[in-house]
Design a protein around this ligand. Structure first.
Ligand SMILES: Cc1ncc(COP(=O)(O)O)c(C=O)c1O
Length: 382
């Protein structure tokens, strides 16, 4: 049996909606299915406004453009994240200021943020690793006190909650990924930018439509559109929005399937955590996970290596997670060294991400758990 790291989930209405979108002959962005997906999300999650984009990467670029990120600005973010988080501001000339992560969530360590703020700090970009929200309310307090914009990278956390509030509804800006590796898949690639500042909405409509005021023409306010802003093509095709809508409508089913995977992994790994062999995320009352992923931090890098190798021999694909950004070739160009962020560097050498997909409980979860149990017992003893 082969257990992939990830498998896209196809929800019951996907084919029907995509064919309907295809036959509508209105395939470009912000058409019928895109509008429905936007209304669905605003009603369910209370987002002030959300723009569907081709990816989370482009949503964050649009967010950085909207926030007016420019050369000389500093942006605080964790080093333990994907390149898109940092590139979204580096492409506009900002300097990344990397912050350590907190070992129980692998999210940005909020207690260190204030020490990194300077008069040049324009933005903070926390991420929600593995679908677990960062401490967004604490981050907002720091940001408000210092007049800083927060763009939450919710690539992995769509459908989760912080203190009863949907992820993405709290900061100024938030970006989601609807890539096929995420809980909700907009036909392979997709994203969304939440804009919770009403005064920024009109600018965002213009920026999304290549810097034109086409939106005003669609709304019947103007007869001809013209170039009014900086902008790009940050639109999601309506064929992909149709796929996304089907997934959004099936969210409860997707989450309940994924919950079974979390539960099984927790049951297996908890006893090893209790013995001090490894660390896993332990649920907290104020956070509701979307069951996106499961990570394990081993006590020693060599035990991680053994775990990965033994599982590969069983055709079970587990991965090492992110390579820290501060010690990557680009991070070094910004003046960082591996020991600039020792906690991040250390954790990244010991962390493993486990296979995780909706439907795994129907096919492959028992096989995976049995093999992992065998390997953990080999490494740590019974
Ligand atoms: C934290 C984070 N941000 C951004 C992205 C980029 O998402 P997308 O592929 O939708 O551009 C990813 C992708 O996995 C991610 O993990």
């Amino acid at each position: 049996m082969k257990i992939p790291f990830n498998k896209p989930y196809i929800s019951p209405k996907e084919e029907e909606y995509i064919i309907r979108a295809l036959k509508s002959q209105r395939h470009s962005g912000n058409n019928a299915f895109g509008q429905k997906a936007i209304s669905f999300m605003k009603d369910k999650y209370g987002f002030n406004e959300i723009f569907l984009t081709p990816s989370c990467t482009s949503a964050m670029e649009m967010g950085a453009l909207l926030a007016g990120i420019k050369p000389g600005d500093e942006v605080i973010l964790p080093s333990y994240t994907f390149s898109s988080t940092v590139n979204s501001v580096v492409i506009f000339g900002a300097k990344p200021v990397f912050c350590e992560i907190e070992p129980n969530t692998l999210n940005i360590d909020v207690s260190m943020i204030e020490s990194l703020i300077t008069p040049r700090t324009k933005m903070i970009i926390p991420i929600d690793y593995a679908g677990i929200s960062c401490e967004i309310e604490e981050i907002m307090k720091i940001a408000d006190k210092n007049n800083i914009i927060v763009m939450q990278d919710c690539a992995q956390s769509f459908g989760g909650y912080f203190n009863g509030k949907p992820n993405g509804s709290i900061p100024h800006l938030a970006a989601f990924s609807f890539h096929e590796t995420k809980n909700m898949n907009a036909g392979g690639e997709g994203g969304g930018l939440v804009v919770n500042v009403p005064e920024w909405h009109q600018k965002a409509y213009f920026m999304q439509e290549k810097g034109t005021d086409r939106r005003l023409v669609l709304d019947g306010v103007k007869s001809k559109y013209s170039w009014v802003e900086k902008g790009s093509s940050y639109l999601l095709s309506d064929l992909l929005a149709a796929g996304l809508l089907a997934q959004l409508e099936g969210e409860e089913e997707i989450i309940s399937k994924r919950r079974l995977v979390t539960d099984a992994y927790c049951q297996l790994f908890n006893s090893f955590k209790k013995r001090g062999n490894l660390n896993i995320y332990i649920s907290e009352d104020h956070i509701k996970t979307n069951h996106h992923a499961f990570w394990v931090v081993f006590d020693e890098a060599d035990n991680r290596r053994r775990f990965i190798e033994r599982l590969r021999a069983f055709d079970i694909f587990v991965y090492i997670g992110y390579m820290p950004l501060h010690s990557s070739p680009m991070g070094v160009k910004f003046g960082y060294k591996p020991d600039s962020l020792p906690i991040t560097e250390e954790i990244s050498k010991k962390v493993v991400r486990l296979p995780f997909y909706a439907g795994m409980a129907d096919d492959g979860l028992i096989y995976t758990i049995e093999r992992m149990s065998l390997v953990l017992n080999e490494i740590y003893g019974k």
